[in-house]
Design a protein around this ligand. Sequence first.
Ligand code: ADP
Ligand code: MG
Length: 702
Amino acid sequence: MNGHTLQTPIEYLKGVGAARAEVLKKELGIHFFDDLLRHYPFRHIDRTRFYKIREVNDELPYVQVIARLINKEILGEKHTKRLVANVRDDTGLMELVWFQGIKWIEKTLVPGKAYVLFGKPGSFNGRAQMSHPEMDLYTPEAAKRKGNLTLQPVYSSTEKLKQFQLDSKGLQKLVAALLEQYGNSITENLPLYILNRFKLMSRAEAYRQIHFPDDAIKLAEAQHRLKFEELFFLQLKLLRTKLLRVQKFKGNVFDKIGHYFNEFYEYKLPFELTGAQKRVLKEIRQDTQRGVQMNRLLQGDVGSGKTIVALMSMLIAIDNGFQTCIMAPTEILASQHYQTIKGVIGDDFLEVALLTGSTPQRQRRLIHEKLENGELKILIGTHALIEDKVQYQNLGMVVIDEQHRFGVEQRAKLWRKNTIPPHVLVMTATPIPRTLAMTLYGDLDVSVIDELPAGRKPIETLHFYESQRLRMFGFMKQEIAKGRQIYVVYPLIKESEKLDLKNLEDGIEIMRREFPLPQYHISIVHGKLKAAEKEAEMQRFVKGDTQIMVATTVIEVGVNVPNASVMIIENAERFGLSQLHQLRGRVGRGAEQSYCLLMSKDKLSPDGRVRLNTMVKTNNGFEISETDLKLRGPGNIEGTQQSGIMDLKVADLVTDQELLTQIRNFVEVVFSKDPQLAAPENELLRVAFQSKTNGLSWDKIS
Ligand code: ADP
Ligand code: MG
C-alpha cells in the first residue's frame, strides 16, 4: 500500500457505493478517501464519566447519568402531546421528556429499574431535564462498556445525507471502516527531525486520534499535529514564492545616501521622526541595498506618518539616480499626495508631477517626455501612471498607497516596466492582524508603524443612541460655531438597496431642516452622483465652503481635511469594525480635539454592541482588527478568499497565533539552510510540497 490509496474515489469504500458517493460529493465535497479522513468531527461527546443529577446543568454538553425511573406519564393532546418521566439518583431528581416516538418508548420504560441515560441536559422550572435521552437498562457491564467508549466523534451532516443514513453516526461508521482498512496507508509528510523538534505525533496516529481519541489529551495532540501541518505547508508555500521571486528578480542597489536625502533631512523635514518611522526607514534601507527586489508592506494606522517615510525612501532612490512614483487609488488622494509632497519639499528642490485621468493632453505629453528622458524624478498619480504609454527611463521605486484597491495584475504591470523591477512599497492604513498578514501577505515583508507622532490628540469616540439625537445636533452646532467641519456618514452597502437610500434621503432632509441656509451649508456626496458632481461637492467641503458633508461610505479612504474634526456615523451598528475605524480616521488630522460620534438604534445585537464598545474603548487599529477577526472569523476579512487560508480546517488564525509565528520562523530557517529543499532530510517536504502547489494568488507575481 502507498499514499495513493487514499486518493481512491469514495464509492469504493465498503459501505458507500454509487448513490451515497454522489451525496457525499455534493453535500460535503468528499470525493476521495482522504477527503473523508479530513471531514473532522466538530466536537466529541464525553462518555468517559458519569454525572450525578445534582451536577447536571444546562451549561454542560452531552452527559451520562445513572438513575432509577420513578414514574412515566403521557401528557397533552395532539401536538402538545409528550411523554414525561422522572428519574432519581442519590443526589436528586431529573425530568425526561419525549415528543416523538412516544408510544414505543413509553412501553420500554419500566418504573423501578435503573438506566444509563445519555443526552444534552437542560433545565425546566429550575429542575434538571433531558429531552430524548438515549437510554439503556443499567447493568454493571453496560456501565463499564459505556465508560470505555470515551470520546465519541460528532460529525456535521445534512438533511440530504441523513436520507442516506449518513447522519453523524453513519459517517462515524464510514470513518471507522476507512481507518481500519486503510489506516496503514496514511503516510508521513513531515521529516522526523521536525516531528521530534516540535514533539508531534505521527500523521497516521493523528488521523486516528482526531476521530477516535483515546482521551482528551490525545485528542489535543492530534489537533495540534494537524494544525501544525496545515500552517506549516501554507508557510512553506508562501516563503517559497518569496524565495523564487528573490532568485528570479535582481533589484536595483541604492547604496548611497546623497544630496536630496541629506538636504531634505537637514533643512526640510518639519518634525522629528518617530521611533517607528526611523525603524521602518532602516528596514527599507536594508532592503534596497541587497540587490534584490524589495516587496514591502507598510502598515500603519491613519495619521501614523507613512507618507513621509515613503517620500524619504524615494529621495534615496533619487540619490542613486532613479525615478520614483506614488500610485493612489483615486484622483483626490493622488492630488492630496501631490499637494503634501510639494508642500514639504518646496518648489525649487525637485520637480513633482501629477498624472491622473484628468491631466490635460498637453501636460500629459510633457510628463511623458520628462519621464522618458529621466528628467522627472517624482511622479504622483492614479493608475494612469501605469498605462502602457507611460515609459520611465529608470523607475527605481514604486509606492502604492492603500493597496487593496490595486489588483495583483495591476501591480504586475509595474514589474514589467523595467528589466530590473522597481522596489515596491505598499502602504495601507487598514491594519491586518499579524497572523493574517503573515498568511495573506506571506511573501511580502511587513513593516509596521505602531506609534503616532507626539502631541497628537487622540480622537474621542462617543456612542449615542437614536433617542439622544437632539444632544447630537446640539454638539454639532457647538463645533460648527467653533469653526469646525463635520462629516455625517450613512451606510449604503449596496447602491441598489432601497432602504439605505431612503435612510440617506431622510437623513439629508433632517440635516437640512436642522441646519438651514443661509447659516449652514451642506455638501452631499453619494454613489448616485456623477464623478464630476462628486468631485465638486467634495471640493466645496475641502475648501471650507460647506460645514457639513453628508455622505455615504463613498467618501474616500485617505481624504484629508484637517479642519474636519467631527465624524458622525449613522446606523453605526451596521458597519463592520474596520470600516468604522477607517471612517474615524478621516478626522483627527488637525490641531483640534476631534470626535467620532457613533449613532445607533436603541436596541443592539451582541456583536453590534461589541463593535461599538470596541470603537469607544480604543483608537488602536491593530487592536480593532484583532477584535474584528475574532468576531467575523478570517473567512470574512477582505482579501482572504483567494489566499489559501480558507483551506485551513483545524488551524485557527485567531487562536493559533503563537503556533503560526513559531512555524513561520522555523520555515524561514529551513529555507535559509536548504533553499531547494534538496537535503535528504527534507525529502518529504519536497515531495509533499510538489503535490500541494496549486494556485496561490501571489504566485502570479513571481
Ligand atoms: P498616514 O500614515 O495616514 O498616511 P500621513 O503621512 O498623512 O499619515 O501623516 C499624517 C500627518 O502627520 C501629516 O500631516 C504629517 O505631516 C504628520 N506627521 C508625520 N510624521 C510626523 C512626525 N514624526 N511628527 C509630527 N508630525 C508628523
Ligand atoms: Mg496616507
